[in-house]
Design a binder for this molecule. Structure first.
Ligand SMILES: O=S(=O)(O)c1ccc(O)c(O)c1
Ligand SMILES: [Ca+2]
Ligand SMILES: [Fe+2]
Length: 348
């Protein structure tokens, strides 16, 4: 590459296609408590309480549940020209979008990246009220901000190299002793990740995650779903991750899109931040208490659209799938107590 990459600050918003806007509003606003910046019959523009840009999530009505775009904020308007040149040199499809092409977002560059994902780079965006201290509207399950995207992609080392080209650094990854890489977490903002690469058939969106400040907010959302008799929307957790150390919960929205609620990972901002590599057979890597990862978490993910709104064809992962290597939902693995012996986990 001769051109410099755009200076990415952080993951900034995602646009999901949903089939039933009122049902989605009941979940994202009624249960998750996200703030409606703007809504009409076609779309909902939502933000979490600490966010002052127009939105961090767009839900657009459509026939096929899918990811329409992942957006990263760049440091300056000049980075849009860098993005256009960088992706032009990569030989992928590049579109320049005028300010307002997406409500609340300024001029942008939208690409089909080398991994097959629709990705947008923007700098300008409309500022709206920041609800950081609007405790009068927070509610018990208040979410603070968008934290990361998690992407299913067949070749994790290739995806890692592509994101390193964009200036992302690895904070943690999962490997085996033959060097197969099952997942990697990469960041621009000084937390564990803005993007995670999960080895699997792709391109697919595995999840998007919102961060809360405290575990009790995540637990309240579990209780709230119970009160609505919608506890079935809980797919995995609540629990404590090994990777990232975050307390987590995974929900499936009315269309099956996976949303993670996440709190308390750690600071990664120094240049010598140590990389943590986990053994795929360590059953505390994905859940610090060793709870099994439910099979659907390994196998299911959202369709991804190209820039014409058409589903991207999938490329099958050729390396081993983590779910197989750990024999079902983490069925056989070891804990530090039983070094190298296998602990028979619960089969779910
Ligand atoms: O399950 S893992 O501990 O590997 C994990 C860590 C951080 C995440 O954001 C995640 O989705 C999954
Ligand atoms: Ca705390
Ligand atoms: Fe996550």
């Amino acid at each position: 590459m001769t051109t410099s990459p755009p200076d990415v600050i952080r993951c900034a918003y995602a646009e999901l296609v949903v089939t039933d806007l009122p049902a989605s509003r009941d979940f994202y606003v009624g249960v998750l408590g996200l703030v409606v910046t703007y809504e009409d019959d076609e779309a909902l523009y939502l933000r979490a309480f600490e966010e002052y840009l127009h939105h961090s999530l767009v839900l657009r009505k459509g026939d096929l549940p899918a990811l329409a775009v992942l957006a990263y904020r760049v440091r300056s308007a000049a980075d849009l020209d860098l993005a256009e040149a960088y992706y032009g040199e990569l030989g992928v499809r590049v579109e320049r979008r005028a300010a307002g092409a997406t409500r609340g977002i300024g001029e942008a560059v939208r690409v089909e990246d080398p991994l097959g994902f629709p990705v947008e780079f923007f700098h300008e965006a409309e500022h709206v009220e920041r609800f950081t201290q609007r405790y009068d509207v927070h509610g018990a399950g208040a979410l603070a901000r968008l934290d990361h995207f998690n992407l299913d992609t067949p070749d994790v080392p290739a995806a890692r190299k592509y994101y390193e080209g964009l200036g992302f650094r690895v904070s943690e990854d999962i490997q085996d002793d033959e060097g197969t890489v099952y997942a990697a977490w990469m960041f621009r903002k000084p937390t564990v990740h803005d993007v995670a690469l999960t080895g699997g058939d792709g391109p697919r969106l595995h999840h998007i995650a919102f961060a809360s400040h405290e575990r009790h907010q995540i637990l309240h959302i579990c209780d709230h779903l119970g009160a609505l008799r919608k506890s079935g929307m809980i797919e995995r957790g609540p629990g404590r991750h090994g990777v990232s150390n975050a307390f987590y919960l995974y929900l499936r929205d009315p269309d099956g899109h996976r949303i993670e609620l996440y709190t308390h990972d750690y600071y990664t901002g120094d240049p010598d931040n140590p990389v943590i590599t986990w053994d795929v057979h360590d059953n505390q890597r994905r859940d610090w208490w060793g709870n099994p990862v439910v099979p659907s978490w390994y196998s299911e993910a959202s369709t991804v659209l190209d820039l014409d709104g058409k589903p991207q064809p999938l490329i099958a992962r050729s390396e081993a799938h983590e779910a197989d290597v750990t024999i079902g939902a983490d069925g056989f693995s070891y804990t530090t107590r039983q070094q190298k012996e296998f602990k028979l986990g619960e089969q779910v």
